[in-house]
Design a protein around this ligand. Structure first.
Ligand code: NAP
Length: 300
């Protein structure tokens, strides 16, 4: 009977095959000349982004995140007084870190996304300040809660105008500059309401469903021009909009990111996924909608 093999007793491996402590084995990724620094491809450094509706909530979290990662950002909403302080805070941070050159700078531009001329002026202001637009986040949105039978033609039109037609105007106008420049990234912010419907927010749900479907068409239309178009469908996120429109009082500050069993999120958690979709890390993802809503509701 032969002795059992003890792998610790066979002595040192010949130096020709044993990796020394100082010799790194090249991974297949390195062999192909691709980066192995695992966070590089998630970055948006040096890019320019327009984020609509970035005076508060999710949009604000996105411009702050992009700028912190070194992108130039355009903070924009209907009211200049709302966007100025957000841009100012970003620029103060950039000034503080000027020696490291890590944070991007911001400009504030007033733009109602339902106003085509204002969207054209937004594009011009961005090109004039930063030279190009690489990323567009169609985030501006609004809703109100009412039974369908009580919704007036004006109420219906207002919600569809902001959520759907605003996305159309911004994508067509700002996307033109991206196409001329050879490509870019578009991220549309829809909602789980656009995937499964909702009681009390029928025009909003219909508009967000259209945004989800539009994202797929857009990706197919503009892929040859180097444009990625993807969509996020958030569940409940603790923002001012949710507090005022739906009466949900939970603040983002009270939500623990480490908690898996959750049905409400923080704006920063949507910003994380937006950055992924705006970055080279999502290069093989186009025309898709990512649902970001915490734990699934089974059987409800
Ligand atoms: N929070 C959630 O639970 C949740 C869930 C699913 C989807 N979403 C979507 O996420 C996006 C952001 O929502 P949020 O909760 O962060 O809302 P929010 O806190 O109410 O912020 C909405 C932003 O849109 C701007 N805005 C509204 N109408 C506009 C218009 N016509 N033109 C330009 N800007 C306009 C507002 O700025 P001004 O008032 O300064 O114009 C504000 O910056 C929306 O598309 C929303 O539908 C949110």
């Amino acid at each position: 009977m032969s002795a059992p093999i003890d792998t610790h007793s066979v002595g040192p491996r010949p130096s020709s095959i044993a990796p020394s402590r100082t010799t790194r084995i090249r991974s297949p990724t390195e062999e192909r000349g691709e980066s192995v620094v695992t966070t590089d491809q998630f970055g948006v450094t040096g890019q320019t982004a327009i984020v609509t509706g970035s005076s508060s909530g999710i949009g604000r979290a996105i411009v702050e995140r992009f700028a912190a990662d070194g992108a130039s950002v355009v903070v924009t909403s209907r009211d200049r007084e709302n966007v100025e302080p957000v841009a100012q805070a970003i620029n103060e941070r950039a000034d503080e870190e000027a020696s490291e050159g890590e944070s991007g700078r911001a400009i504030a531009v007033e733009c109602d996304v339902t106003d085509r001329a204002a969207v054209e002026a937004l594009r011009e202001a961005t090109i004039e300040e930063f030279g190009s637009v690489d990323m567009l986040v169609n985030n501006a949105g609004a809703s109100f809660v009412a039974d369908f039978e009580d919704i007036s033609p004006n109420g219906w039109k207002t919600i569809v105008d902001i959520n759907l037609h605003g996305t159309y105007h911004c994508t067509q106008v700002i996307g033109e500059g991206m196409r001329e420049a050879g490509g870019g990234r578009i991220v549309n912010i829809a909602s789980v309401a656009g995937q499964r419907g909702s009681t009390g927010m029928s025009p909003y749900s219909a508009a967000k469903a259209a945004v989800i479907n539009f994202t797929t068409s857009l990706a197919a239309n503009w892929a040859e021009e180097g444009i990625w178009a993807n969509c996020i469908a958030p569940g409940l996120v603790a923002t001012e909009g949710v507090r005022s429109q739906m009466g949900v009082e939970e603040g983002a500050g009270t939500i623990d990111r480490a908690e898996a069993n959750r049905r409400i999120g923080r704006p920063g958690e949507i910003a994380d996924v937006t950055q992924f979709l705006a970055s080279p890390a999502s290069s093989y993802l186009n025309g898709e909608t990512i649902t970001v809503k915490g734990v699934p509701r089974l059987g409800e």
